[in-house]
Design a binder for this molecule. Structure first.
Ligand SMILES: [Zn+2]
Length: 474
């Protein structure tokens, strides 16, 4: 890919902006518990915690950080992840081959399907442990035939942060993070939001998480939001019950027999109550003049907007309001509406301007959050620690502007190899056509491929894993 472009020197470099420095220092004080102690920073930490604004690092400087950070992560996974080491050996690849930014395109990638190709029961625990790079804590599993939720709980009680994503097909993606990696994911998500909403973020925002309670779920999109309790004074949660893979399975249409039908009936009544609660909260802050922010699943807010429209009601939050949509539409794919229509409805019903309605592209496998800019609604990539790639049918990187398969090298993933090829179809631009942030952007219209293209590679990995499981003590 063409990485030679340099931005105008200092034009948008946040490190020279005093009022921004003051703003982000306030955030960093509240997020201090997420930042590793000074003196322990690795090249990955330099890239994660160093830049005052992850989206405004001058281009050449960002690439230098990216190269150092990815090489550090690559060394680690090559030597400490059995699976990744084998994959590299099969491809005839060694970390020493990466000398320049251009060489990063040769780093072997795991298909995202690998992380949902898990066995059941105790084998699942072995499979999960096998992905981890580095030391695994002692995990105690009580039951002889544990469910996926039991295994996740056992890992997390041992100090890991294993999370999953809600799979549309009923298969979940499981990612084992250690504490440091999970804190990094939370920090960078919150910092991305705070940087992109500059100068509006304040601790006295009233936040509404349109997702499960971070303290009661291992769903990645939910749990990663725990950081908002630290940087926003008043946070409500839309889904206040425990959300496990079993709960998600029962909530999906047509599953679980009578138990499933009861679960869905209860879920419908909860839905109604959830919408009522959100509307009451809007009324409260319309009266008290508070600043409000929604963050989470857009289909929940969509239901709120629908009810308000039916009742012929409108709010006028103006610049006091923000909407951060994340997690896509997933199980509500049928209700999906174009992002531009969603923004227009938010503006019409809540009075929140479209430039305050930003979508986020994130996934359980990565620790980066690609966030839209207010000016042009393109998805900006925090590239000091995260290298985005768009691959053609032959698996080779495509030039800027071409549609292809999204892949990435995520240096922030230290407990699992974050060099991953996804099933998403994207287009990467060298820079934003609208705003002056220097980094690359994704076209906001991300869509899905069928998984056929990565099946071959998944097969290869399944073989590697099977060989490994056979060699391990239960
Ligand atoms: Zn932009």
């Amino acid at each position: 890919m063409h990485d030679e472009q340099a931005s105008a020197p200092g034009a948008t470099d946040r490190s020279r902006d005093l009022s921004y420095a003051h703003y982000i220092a306030k955030f960093d004080r509240l997020a201090a518990g997420y930042i590793p102690a000074p003196g322990t920073w690795t090249p990955v930490d330099d890239a994660l915690y160093g830049p005052p604004d992850p989206f405004r690092v001058p281009y050449a400087q960002a690439l230098e950080m990216q190269l150092r950070a990815v090489r550090f992560a690559l060394e680690r996974h090559y030597h400490q992840s059995r699976i990744y080491h084998k994959l590299c050996r099969e491809r005839g690849f060694a970390p020493e081959q990466v000398r320049s930014v251009a060489d990063l395109d040769r780093v072997p990638l795991l298909p995202d399907t690998f992380f949902k190709d898990y066995p059941e029961g105790r084998e699942f625990a072995l499979w999960l442990g096998n992905i981890v790079s580095g030391e695994l804590p002692r995990v105690v599993i009580q039951r002889s035939n544990p469910s996926a939720d039991d295994v996740v709980q056992a890992f997390n009680e041992a100090g890991m942060a294993v999370t999953f994503s809600s799979g549309t097909s009923g298969r979940h993606t499981f990612i084992p993070r250690d504490r440091r990696t999970f804190l990094a994911a939370e920090y960078i998500m919150a910092k991305s939001v705070v940087a992109m909403t500059y100068p509006h973020w304040q601790r006295d925002w009233h936040g509404y998480l349109l997702m499960p309670d971070p303290r009661r779920t291992s769903l990645f999109a939910g749990r990663a939001c725990a950081v908002f309790f630290d940087v926003i004074g008043d946070v409500r949660v839309a889904v206040d019950r425990e959300v496990t893979t079993e709960v998600i399975r029962l909530a999906m249409a047509g599953q679980g027999g009578i138990k499933g039908r009861i679960a869905r009936h209860v879920a419908r009544r909860r839905w109604q109550r959830m919408i009522t609660d959100i509307i009451r909260w809007l009324e409260l802050h319309e009266r008290d003049g508070g600043k409000v922010m929604f963050f989470g699943a857009p289909f929940i807010l969509q239901r709120v907007l629908e009810r308000l429209r039916r009742q012929g009601r409108r709010f006028a939050f103006g610049e006091r309001g923000w909407v951060g949509s994340a997690g896509g539409w997933k199980t509500f794919e049928g209700e999906r509406i174009p992002l531009a229509d969603f923004r227009a409805q938010v503006e019409q019903v809540l009075g929140i301007p479209q430039k305050h309605c930003l979508d986020m592209y994130a996934m359980v496998e990565s620790n980066a959050c690609m966030l839209q800019c207010p000016e042009g609604h393109c998805l900006h990539v925090p590239h000091p620690f995260f290298r985005p790639l768009v691959l053609g049918d032959d698996g080779r990187p495509l030039p800027w502007g071409k549609w292809g398969r999204f892949a990435f090298l995520d240096a922030a993933a230290l407990s699992y190899p974050g060099f991953i090829m996804t099933g998403d179809r994207v287009r990467l631009l060298e820079r934003c056509p609208t705003c002056d942030r220097p980094g690359p952007v994704l076209d906001p219209e991300v869509n899905r491929f069928g998984d056929a293209g990565v099946r071959g590679c998944a097969e290869e990995l399944r073989r590697l894993v099977a060989a490994d499981l056979g060699n391990m003590e239960p």
